[in-house]
Design a protein around this ligand. Structure first.
Ligand code: RB5
Length: 154
């Protein structure tokens, strides 16, 4: 691993019940890539509320900018909306590797969101692989990211 992300060795992960099975798969996959994964739940397939887990991962990543996050619900929509309520979080819902590439390059997204009812496990692996091997381009994109945060920091 020789990317900027390789310095970020800790990955927080969270899901609701709809993403629970996919989360187990993703934990193994990300561990095998050499990252340490910290699981913020949910810890069973029982029905739960996705905002709780989006916020838990969001807060964990916001508190330690050297980390990244992965969040999974049925569609990836609800959990990413919730995570994006946390200051300094840029959660990007990705359904293709190109989404993941652009979310890192242009948006410096620090949380990857996926939908377990939308995206198969093999495609998730490809998305994750792309996510971790792509760095933020900075430059003009930094100014735009700063503008996003200036909206919530007033
Ligand atoms: C749970 O049924 C479902 O609403 C949730 O996983 C997610 O898709 C919400 O956006």
């Amino acid at each position: 691993m020789d990317h900027e992300n390789s310095k970020r060795k800790i990955v927080y992960i969270g899901s609701d019940h709809a993403g629970f099975e996919a989360k187990s798969h993703v934990i193994d996959f990300v561990n095998n890539m050499g990252y340490s994964v910290i699981d913020k739940g949910t810890f069973s397939p029982e029905s739960v509320d996705y905002p709780d887990f989006g916020v838990a991962v969001g807060k964990a990543v916001a508190n330690d900018p050297d980390t990244l996050g992965i969040i999974i619900c049925g569609t990836g929509i609800g959990i990413s909306i919730a995570a994006n309520k946390i200051k300094n979080i840029r959660a990007a819902l990705c359904t293709t590797p190109l989404h993941a590439e652009m979310a890192r390059k242009h948006n410096n997204a620090n949380i990857l969101a996926m939908g377990a009812r939308m995206t198969g496990l093999e495609e998730m692996d490809t998305i994750i692989d792309t996510w971790f091997s792509t760095d933020f381009e900075g430059g003009r994109h930094q100014k735009r990211v700063d503008k996003i945060h200036s909206l919530t920091e007033k």
